[in-house]
Ligand binder design. Sequence first.
Ligand SMILES: Nc1nc2c(c(=O)[nH]1)N[C@H]1C(S)=C(S)[C@@H](COP(=O)(O)OP(=O)(O)OC[C@H]3O[C@@H](n4cnc5c(=O)[nH]c(N)nc54)[C@H](O)[C@@H]3O)O[C@H]1N2
Ligand SMILES: Nc1nc2c(c(=O)[nH]1)N[C@H]1C(S)=C(S)[C@@H](COP(=O)(O)OP(=O)(O)OC[C@H]3O[C@@H](n4cnc5c(=O)[nH]c(N)nc54)[C@H](O)[C@@H]3O)O[C@H]1N2
Ligand code: SF4
Ligand SMILES: [Mo]
Length: 738
Amino acid sequence: MSRAQRYIDDPAIQIRVGVCPHDCPDTCAWQVAVDARTDEAVDIWGHPAHPVTQGRLCGKVDRYLERTYHPQRLIQPLRRAGPKGSGRFEPVSWETAIREIGERLQEIVEVHGPEAVLPYSYCGTMGYLQGEGMASRFFHRMGASRLARTICSEAGFEGLVYTLGHALGPEPEAFARARCILIWGSNTLTSNMHLWPFIQQARKAGGRVVVIDPVRTRTAQAADEWIAIRPGTDAALALAMMHVIVGEDLYDADYVARYTLGFQELTERVAEWPPERAAAITGISPERIRNLAREYATHRPAAIRINYGMQRHRGGGMAVRTIACLPALVGAWREEGGGILLSTSGAFRFLDTSGLLRPDLLQGREPRTINMIRLADALSLDPAQRARALHRPRPVDPTPSPEEAGPPVMALIVYNANPAAVAPDQAAVRAGLAREDLFTVVLEHFQTDTADHADYVLPATTQLEHWDLHRAYGHYYLSLNRPAIPPVGQSLPNSEIFRRLAQAMGYSEPCFQEDDVTILRRLVEAQTHPVLSTVTWEALLAQGFVRLNLPRPYLPFAQGGFGTPSGRCEFYSQRMADDGYDPLPTYTPPASAQTVYGSHDPSPGALVCISPPAHSFLNSTFANLERFVAREGVPELWIHPQDAAPRGIQDGQPVRAWNERGAVQLRARVTDAVVSGTVVAPTVWWPKRSPDGRNINQVTSQEETDMGGTATFYDTRVWVAPAAMVPEAEDRQRHPAI
Ligand SMILES: Nc1nc2c(c(=O)[nH]1)N[C@H]1C(S)=C(S)[C@@H](COP(=O)(O)OP(=O)(O)OC[C@H]3O[C@@H](n4cnc5c(=O)[nH]c(N)nc54)[C@H](O)[C@@H]3O)O[C@H]1N2
Ligand SMILES: Nc1nc2c(c(=O)[nH]1)N[C@H]1C(S)=C(S)[C@@H](COP(=O)(O)OP(=O)(O)OC[C@H]3O[C@@H](n4cnc5c(=O)[nH]c(N)nc54)[C@H](O)[C@@H]3O)O[C@H]1N2
Ligand code: SF4
Ligand SMILES: [Mo]
């Protein structure tokens, strides 16, 4: 029975349809019960008719109403009334805030040029409109610095696209048909829970689930087998699996001959990878590697679910590229329930966003592009350091010189993001945000650590209060979000805030007058590609979500059709060679590995630190609300008994993790749920709500992955000791001041 039934006898209750805005593969459709007498939302649940949502929201968004109506929600514009970062503000009217921000931005553009303005945003909302819709029009018109949005996924995306040509994979529903499922570097029950019911269906029909992860996550615990792997070593495992598959003649010779490129070269490469070699790197026994390869090659259909967690290492792009060769080698793409799923976003590439984002407003200007993970470098006043922040996605791209750095960033406009918590090299980020001469505007729902550093904080609406349109990266439905309630307090949609800022800047183009519904309707109606033929404004209004016009079952590469230059799955990629990579699958050791795994010295040396999402938070969202904090407890560091003992660390004790960038206090959890040599700090905690005002991003670095300039959050070397034993002098801050 749908939850809507509860309200059937209450004429005052209306059911309104929307979609979860969060950065999560599931992009759930929801229904909201609204009391029409008060315009107040009283209940929310998963849309029963959505084939992936299936009537259920996760434990976070189930409580979205609490977040929306939370007493700490920002409900009026604020202006700084104390020193930078003090968190002291005074309320001002919208008119005053917009006028003063407009004046200040105009002055900065005149004195320093438009590139001195940096937008900083990520996926607080995944919506086309409240994401970059009006914002990109605004920044394009201005000629502001561009932002490479690299903090999460670029490396894996590039690695997949070099190999397959497109980010496409099996539909989640198809996993029900798989008989061998490898969940490889993904914590499905935490970060993609709507895939799990399909996996359970597969198991009921005799399928087996293997989780490959350095951590015995709740997903690993629920699976049939956990293969504990050292972080950043997945490519070595995949190469050895291919060694076995080729060596034992378990590959699909027909599929390989028809639809792949470079099998001969691949054969030579994997010949170098006997399981014994991979065992020494991954920590998995040669026998287990052999069995895994045999099981994967012979139990059909065979599905692999990888996710972005496993590519947050120096060799992350190459790891995904290497794993992505497996399905073609065994012909897994032929069958429903076979293949590899990283992202389905490639199907949405047919949605033409030029009329929405208006890159034409750049009018031929090419402002610099700053890599968002190097925000700390970008905010530096030293041109040599600032040059390092320029986006350099491939090895063949030249290293920028200080002369090319461009003007210092004098204005930072943050929306849909919380860099003071989520960005790496936190001490340096915060030193940049603390610059008295930096003008910072933050559009937010809550007073985050980032908002504490603002000159103006502008209250934004939540998904319950505004319009939007959503693609997905874990299924093939496009969804419309309709507002369920009026804006809370004086909050405004991001789109409206940028509309008003455009007016204050004197931008008179008609696109800055379009209202939200018109923008979305035009976006939908402008589409001509056949994949979007099912997507009409009327269908979206009526149903809330529409499946793209893809065949059923959808088998993207059953008969080849890869999007690579050759049209084949490229075991050998000339494009990779041209971009400065090894054209064949290979293993790139993680930056943090050598010191740790190279020796068997049990003395307390460095450990590899990974910091995946805590179950009850969504990145740093929800991490300020009591209910979710209570579920998570306190910021922890999981450490293996073999690593805890020589350091004198007891379970439950406060410990410090530190390195050359910073230090953070955590509570030790001594557990064999993590491979030895690795420590795990579930996150993203709000720094100001953490014991020492910091979170784990104190120790993460601005170093980039091999592809796309992505963050290497899980490739961090730390030292760990009981907190009381670490002198303050060890608590180094690389940038005491900029
Ligand atoms: N509840 C919840 N859901 C979320 C999020 C959240 O914060 N909370 N975040 C959302 C976002 S933005 C994203 S990008 C996705 C991320 O989704 P996932 O990629 O599934 O998430 P992660 O937890 O980062 O990584 C998955 C697993 O990879 C493991 N891992 C780390 N390094 C390696 C490695 O080198 N090799 C292997 N094999 N495994 C490794 C981690 O231990 C973790 O269990 O989740 C989304 N969903
Ligand atoms: N150590 C470590 N660091 C990580 C990660 C990790 O695993 N470990 N994960 C990384 C990953 S995968 C990602 S994707 C990034 C995520 O980084 P972010 O995208 O910055 O994600 P959040 O921390 O959720 O912050 C989003 C903010 O946007 C706000 N917001 C939401 N909707 C709206 C809106 O409509 N308007 C406005 N104005 N604001 C809105 C929310 O209130 C929230 O404060 O973090 C990265 N950082
Ligand atoms: S966060 Fe993910 S699982 Fe939770 S409601 Fe949103 S889309 Fe669904
Ligand atoms: Mo992410």
